[in-house]
Design a protein around this ligand. Structure first.
Ligand SMILES: [Zn+2]
Ligand SMILES: [Zn+2]
Length: 828
């Protein structure tokens, strides 16, 4: 014996007691997968296609963080399981490499994004390879590749062709730090979604996609499980964002004029008799014609103040109400009352008609406004037993059982019935109409930045706005050194005359290019259509490939994209469907949002200094142990808490399995397997398969650990049993499993094996432990066949000397038998 001290069980891993060497095993299998094209399904002939998608990363300079690896590993385990279950799994990966994230970082470190991004992509590729994902490396997508963004531009043209891309001037969100406009989806609580700066308002001409035309379909499909089986949190976020409301448009004639009508939208036409004034957005086009000379100065002053204020603050609307009377009046169509017309900043031109009817008796904001400016407040709903003229001290909100009051012929009706009746009356008189409205805005897609695909439009003095013909795509993004954004609201590309001026595609005269680039979210709104078709240069997606692989079978990603990427992708796919280019209108048949990882109970952040660098962990423990630990942290859809000491357990577990494999591979280990071990095997196969299917990886791992304990306790290293165990583990620890599989005598990849099956009849243990008591005291524990009858149990008990000696010379007065648990003999 040597005098080298014995290492504690399995630690540290650089001085292992077991012969399992993750670095050697993982390098070997990475090379072999590439060489054998193990992860490349036959895209043209796959019979059971399973498109396993995960959200492709932004190749930031920091490299993949542990949250990325958590998400990708969870998606990979699912894909690998499906492959073992008999599917042809296509699991692509790519790089969402355009956009402000990448560009801002390039500016920060003073490297051109065209040089920085390829370096980041190379580093990400190394990390993604090392984590052992089942990635189809022959179908990588990189959004900055002209061979890709040619088709992003083509998508823009398709929308333009269909009247779904248009340019308009209006109030837009401007991020002063990113120096570009943002879509509404990119503003969260008044802050820029990327850099958290307070967003301002600017009046700029921008390109929009008419996503609002699709609002009703986008909403309806959310409830259609046959088209989309999604996490409920995600569909609910989309429902809220789409913001459907049902109400009516009401036309108010402007008093003393026959040429002007103000149309308002209300969700509560039943309260129309309580509308005591109108409020218009300060920018409403009718305002100039309504203003009386006496009010002209006050209105002009107010309009100026509002123009300087940002859109976001106006939307939040939690500040003191301000506004100005125009001097004009409108006529309430239901009672002919003349109501004053005001302007106020809490009404937005971008929402609805840019005008509202104010019902101060039943709306808190209107109540506040009316109180401040001493405008009339009229009650039109009274609660049960409440007097119709009871004073209103705050805006009254209708409750169940209320009735209409001060509402002419509608008095006494329930408000919901009155809503229909008032709408019908307006329709019959041509003064209004029932209308469904959405909160959704059109998608602003132009950005005054450099790092993106140029929008393929040319402006010609003779021909106007001319789309670049498909044959001239891509419009290449020029490599310019002076790419920094500025405050002008004009893209840096406009500063480069050699690019900016171009012959008009239509008449050949000198024309000017559109200098804005498109939103990064357009790049990612169709990337899943490209993956199966990356080998076609002459089309964005091949019809046959798309038909075979679409829609995506399973999509796993972060819920932070619920109303960004996931909504935009649905919209673009619907448009492609309507253009006859794809035969499905929902891109993701199934979507599951994964949870988030924290470190020692705290959110990971650079400022806290608690960021887990996956490279370090993988170097120390190996990718398989790291994967196993990540999946063991907690329920995949909820996330978990990363603690450095926690990874010891998964490593120890793999060492034990390794030892079992060595034993099984070493000698011919045949023979009988105890029936209880057989039952445990069937239970484990059932549970692990179901858990993998439902992304419950932590409980699958717990079941596998328990099973390994059972095998060890029973001294079972029977080769078929161990081989099944290795297949069960394979989705979690792919390199480890391949190595074990080979050691067990297999020449092909374990991922070409079948997931073990179970026999429902064998799920229960064959034998049970029966406690035998004499006068309530346990004297022995017997192993008996399950459900043994009382006489069998009695006979077995009597045969035991430890029992028999307590029965000597006594009479059994009573027998208490709880089958499979306990046998109590009461003697005297
Ligand atoms: Zn920003
Ligand atoms: Zn022209």
């Amino acid at each position: 014996m040597s005098d080298i001290p014995v290492q504690p069980d399995g630690f540290p891993p650089d001085q292992p007691t077991s012969s399992y060497q993750p670095d050697v095993v993982e390098a070997k299998w990475r090379a072999r997968w590439a060489e054998r094209r193990t992860n490349e399904p036959d895209l043209d002939r796959a019979e059971k296609p399973f498109y396993n998608l995960m959200m492709f990363p932004y190749p930031s300079a920091e490299g993949l963080h542990v949250g990325n690896l958590f998400a990708f590993t969870g998606a990979d385990v699912h894909g690998r399981y499906k492959r073992l279950a008999g599917f042809d799994v296509f699991e692509p990966i790519g790089f969402d490499a355009f956009g402000i994230h990448s560009e801002n970082f390039a500016i920060k470190i003073g490297t051109h994004p065209a040089r920085l991004i390829p370096r980041n992509v190379a580093n990400f590729t190394r990390q993604l390879t090392r984590m052992g994902g089942m990635f189809s490396w022959e179908h990588v997508v990189n959004t900055t590749d002209p061979a890709y963004y040619k088709w992003t531009q083509w998508i823009f043209l398709k929308l333009h062709e269909r009247g779904l891309a248009y340019k308009k001037k209006g109030a837009v969100n401007w991020c002063p730090s990113c120096k570009t406009v943002l879509s509404n989806e990119q503003v969260e609580g008044g802050l820029c979604e990327r850099c958290k700066s307070v967003v301002e308002q600017r009046n700029l001409e921008q390109w929009y996609f008419r996503i609002t035309d699709y609002a009703a379909r986008l909403l309806a499909n959310l409830d259609d499980k046959s088209k989309m089986d999604w996490s409920e949190t995600t569909t609910q976020a989309q429902r809220n964002w789409l913001g459907k409301s049902e109400g009516a448009e009401v036309d108010f004639a402007v008093a003393l004029r026959t040429d002007a009508t103000i149309t308002v939208y209300t969700t509560r036409p039943d309260t129309l008799f309580g509308a005591t004034f109108l409020v218009l957005a300060p920018e409403h086009p009718l305002v100039p014609s309504l203003v009386t000379p006496a009010q002209a100065e006050a209105v002009a002053d107010y309009q100026q103040t509002v123009a300087a204020r940002d859109l976001t603050a106006r939307k939040v609307g939690d500040k003191e109400k301000t506004g100005v009377f125009t001097g004009g009046f409108a006529v309430n169509p239901v009672n002919g009352a003349q109501v004053p017309i005001w302007i106020a900043d809490y009404v937005l031109m971008e929402y609805g008609t840019g005008a509202i009817m104010a019902v101060p008796g039943h709306d808190a904001r209107d109540f506040e406004f009316a109180t401040k400016f001493a405008l009339p407040i009229v009650r039109v709903i009274a609660g049960p037993g409440e007097d119709a003229d009871a004073p209103l001290t705050a805006a009254y909100v209708e409750k169940d059982g209320g009735r209409m009051v001060h509402s002419g012929v509608f008095d006494g009706q329930a408000p919901m019935a009155a809503k229909q009746a008032v709408t019908a009356m307006l329709e019959s008189k041509g003064q209004g109409r029932g209308r469904v409205q959405f909160r959704l805005y059109d998608w602003c897609i132009s950005r005054q930045r450099y790092w993106g695909p140029p929008i393929p439009i040319v402006y010609c003095d003779a021909c106007g706005t001319v789309p670049v013909p498909e044959s001239q795509l891509p419009v290449l993004l020029p490599e310019i050194e002076d790419f920094r954004p500025d405050d002008s609201g004009i893209s840096p590309l406009a500063r480069h005359a050699e690019w900016y001026f171009t012959p008009c595609p239509s008449c050949g005269q000198q024309a000017r290019r559109e200098t804005d680039v498109s939103d990064t979210f357009l790049d990612s709104a169709w990337y899943f259509l490209r993956y199966p078709s990356t080998d076609f240069a002459d089309r964005p997606f091949d019809a046959a490939r798309t038909k075979r692989w679409g829609p995506v079978t399973s999509y796993i990603g972060g819920n932070e994209h619920a109303v960004l990427h996931l909504l935009y992708s649905r919209f673009i796919t619907m448009v492609m469907h309507d253009a006859g280019l794809v035969d499905f209108e929902e891109p993701f048949a199934k979507f599951r949002a994964h949870g988030l990882i924290v470190k020692d109970g705290a959110k990971m952040s650079k400022s806290r200094g608690n960021v887990v660098v996956p490279d370090d962990s993988i170097t120390k423990w190996g990718a398989d142990t790291f994967r196993l630990y990540l999946m063991f942290l907690g329920p995949f859809e909820e996330g978990g808490d990363f603690r450095d000491e926690g990874i010891v357990g998964p490593r120890r577990f793999l060492d034990r399995v390794w030892a079992l494999v060595q034993e099984a591979a070493g000698e011919a280990h045949g023979g009988e397997v105890h029936l209880n071990v057989v039952a445990k095997r069937h239970q484990t196969v059932k549970k692990v398969g179901e858990d993998y299917d439902a992304l419950r990886y932590n409980t699958a791992i717990a079941a596998l650990m328990e099973y390994v304990n059972t095998l060890r306790d029973a001294n079972c290293a029977e080769r078929h049993m161990i081989a099944d165990l290795v297949v069960l583990l394979a989705p979690l620890v792919p390199h480890f499993a391949e190595e074990c599989w080979e050691q067990l005598g297999h020449a092909t990849s374990i991922f070409d094996a079948d997931f073990p099956s179970y026999d429902p009849a064998l799920l229960v243990s064959a034998t049970v432990q029966l406690a035998v008591q004499v006068n309530g005291k346990t004297r022995t524990v017997l192993e008996l066949p399950r459900d043994a009858a009382q006489d069998v149990a009695m006979a077995a008990a009597m045969a035991e000397t430890t029992v028999a000696k307590f029965l000597e010379g006594k009479t059994v007065k009573k027998v208490i038998h709880v089958p499979n648990r306990m046998l109590n003999l009461v003697v005297a």
